[in-house]
Design a binder for this molecule. Structure first.
Ligand SMILES: Nc1ncnc2c1ncn2[C@@H]1O[C@H](COP(=O)(O)OP(=O)(O)OP(=O)(O)O)[C@@H](O)[C@H]1O
Ligand SMILES: [Mg+2]
Length: 410
C-alpha cells in the first residue's frame, strides 16, 4: 500500500522558514505579528490560493519561535466537546503543557455557516484567548467569515512565481537523483498556476520511476492530471462532508468510473485515517467492492447508490481525519503506464509493418525478440536507428523494444 512511503509533497514539506519559497512579505509580516503579539492582540488570518504554504508557514513559524501548535481543521470544529475540552483549556493555557501554545484553525472557510456554534466559539476565543489564535483560509471573503474578518489581522499570501517553483523542483530532482529536463520543469511550473503542492505532485508523477521523460510525454501525462485534480477535489469534499448523504453525493458525481473511484478511496484511506479506524474504514471499502462486483455481474445499476454509500461510510467513520493529502492510486498509474506502452508499441509497429511487410502480431512475436538480440551489435543498432528517421521513433525503439530508460539518440 502506498501509505507507508512518504510522497514528495510530504517529504519536501519545508522545515525551516528559508525552505518556504516566495511570499517573503507574508512571512515577514506573520513573524512580526507573532513576535509582537500580546494578550490584547488580534488573531491573524493567512489567506490565499491552495498550495502556497499557508499551513506550512504557520507550522514552521510556530516551531521556529518555540510555540507548541494546537492544530484543528473544519471537521474538528464540528465537535463541540473537542472545542470545549481541548481548545478552550489551551486558549487559557490551563493545560498540562508548560510550553507556549498557539491555536491554529486551518481551512476556516470550510466551516459551514450553519455551524454557528463553531463560528461563535472562534469569535469568543479571539476576544478572550491568552495565546495567539491563527487561522488560514482560501477565500477570506466567504460569507461565513464576515464576522471573523473584522476581528483579525489579515495576511495575504500569493501564488508562487514560476521561476521560484522551477528552482524548488530542481532541488527536489537533485535530491532524488533524477535527471529532469528544464523544459519539463517549466511546463510543470506553468501548469501549476502558482500552486507549489500541485507542482510537486506533478513532478512526482513524472519522475518517481526515475526515468527520463521528454516534453512531449510530460504533456501527455499531465493532461491526464486534470482528471486527477478533479478527483482530489471530490475526495476532499467526501472526507470532510458533514453527512453521509453529502459524502456519497460528492463521490457519485465524479466523472471517474465507479471501479476507479474505489481504487482512489482504497489507496487514500491510509492517508486520512489514524491506525485505529483503518480496519473499519477498509472494511467498508471491501463491502463496496463486493457490491460493485455484484452490480457489474448482474447489471444491477439501480443499486449503484448503495456502492457509493459504502464508500462514503469509509470516510465518515474516521473520527479524527488527518490533513488530507491524497496520492495517485498505484493500480491506476500502472494501468496508465501500460496504456502508454501499448500506444508506443503501436506507433513503432505501424512503421515497421510497412518497412518489413509484416503484420502486427508477427512483428511482436518474431521481430521484437530478434531486434533485441541483434541490437547487442553496435553496427546493427546504428543502422537500424538510421532508418528510423523520426526522432520520436528512435526514442521509442530504445525504451519500448530494448527496455532502456528513455534517452535521446543522435
Ligand atoms: N511556499 C512553499 N515553499 C515550499 N513548499 C511549499 C510551499 N507552499 C507549498 N509547498 C508544498 O506544498 C505542500 C502544501 O503546502 P500547504 O499545506 O502549506 O499549502 P496551503 O497553502 O495550506 O494549501 P491549502 O489552501 O490547500 O490548505 C507542502 O507540504 C509543501 O510540500
Ligand atoms: Mg493548508
Amino acid at each position: 500500500m502506498s501509505g507507508s512511503k512518504l510522497n514528495w509533497v510530504e517529504k519536501y514539506r519545508p522545515k525551516t522558514l528559508d525552505e518556504i519559497v516566495g511570499n517573503d512579505a507574508a512571512k515577514k509580516d506573520f513573524l512580526d505579528w507573532l513576535q509582537k503579539w500580546d494578550e490584547r492582540g488580534k488573531a491573524a488570518l493567512l489567506h490565499g490560493p491552495s498550495g502556497v504554504g499557508k499551513t506550512v508557514l504557520v507550522e514552521v513559524a510556530a516551531s521556529t519561535l518555540g510555540y507548541r501548535l494546537i492544530e484543528t481543521n473544519a471537521s474538528d470544529t464540528r465537535k463541540e466537546d473537542y472545542l470545549e475540552n481541548v481548545i478552550k483549556p489551551a486558549a487559557f493555557n490551563r493545560s498540562l503543557f508548560s510550553s507556549r501554545l498557539m491555536i491554529f484553525f486551518d481551512e476556516v472557510d470550510g466551516i459551514s455557516r450553519e455551524d454557528s456554534g463553531a463560528l461563535n466559539f472562534i469569535l469568543e476565543l479571539i476576544e478572550s484567548s491568552r495565546v495567539p489564535i491563527v487561522m488560514a483560509a482560501n477565500d477570506p471573503w466567504s460569507p461565513n467569515l464576515f464576522r471573523i474578518r473584522d476581528k483579525v489581522y489579515m495576511i495575504p499570501m500569493h501564488r508562487i512565481r514560476a521561476p521560484s517553483i522551477v528552482k524548488r523542483l530542481r532541488d527536489i530532482c537533485r535530491n532524488e537523483g533524477v535527471k529532469c529536463r528544464q523544459e519539463v520543469l517549466m511546463l510543470i511550473a506553468e501548469r501549476s498556476e502558482g500552486d507549489m503542492r500541485a507542482a510537486i505532485e506533478d513532478l512526482e508523477l513524472l519522475y518517481s520511476s526515475h526515468e527520463d521523460v521528454d516534453l512531449e510525454e510530460a504533456e501527455k501525462i499531465l493532461s491526464y492530471r486534470n482528471v486527477e485534480r478533479n478527483v482530489f477535489e471530490t475526495l476532499r469534499m467526501a472526507v470532510f462532508a458533514s453527512t453521509l448523504e453529502n459524502a456519497s453525493t460528492s463521490l457519485s458525481s465524479s466523472e471517474e468510473k465507479p471501479e476507479d473511484m474505489l481504487e482512489w478511496v482504497f489507496e487514500n484511506i491510509p492517508h486520512v485515517s489514524p491506525r485505529q479506524s483503518l480496519y473499519s474504514a477498509l472494511r467498508y471499502v471491501a463491502e463496496a467492492d463486493v457490491i460493485l462486483k455484484q452490480i457489474s455481474k448482474n447489471s444491477l445499476w439501480r443499486i449503484l447508490p448503495c456502492f457509493y454509500h459504502k464508500l462514503a461510510s469509509a470516510f465518515l467513520i474516521i473520527p479524527q481525519k488527518g490533513k488530507a493529502s491524497f496520492s495517485f492510486p498505484n493500480r491506476i498509474r500502472e494501468r496508465f503506464k501500460r496504456f502508454q506502452h501499448e500506444k508506443n508499441l503501436r506507433d513503432l509497429e505501424s512503421f515497421f509493418m510497412k518497412e518489413l511487410h509484416t503484420g502486427r502480431s508477427a512483428f511482436r512475436r518474431d521481430f521484437i525478440p530478434l531486434f533485441r538480440v541483434l541490437s547487442k551489435s553496435d553496427d546493427f543498432r546504428r543502422s537500424l536507428l538510421n532508418r528510423l528517421i523520426d526522432q520520436h521513433l528512435k526514442e521509442l525503439y530504445g525504451s519500448v523494444i530494448l527496455g532502456e530508460a528513455r534517452k535521446r539518440f543522435s
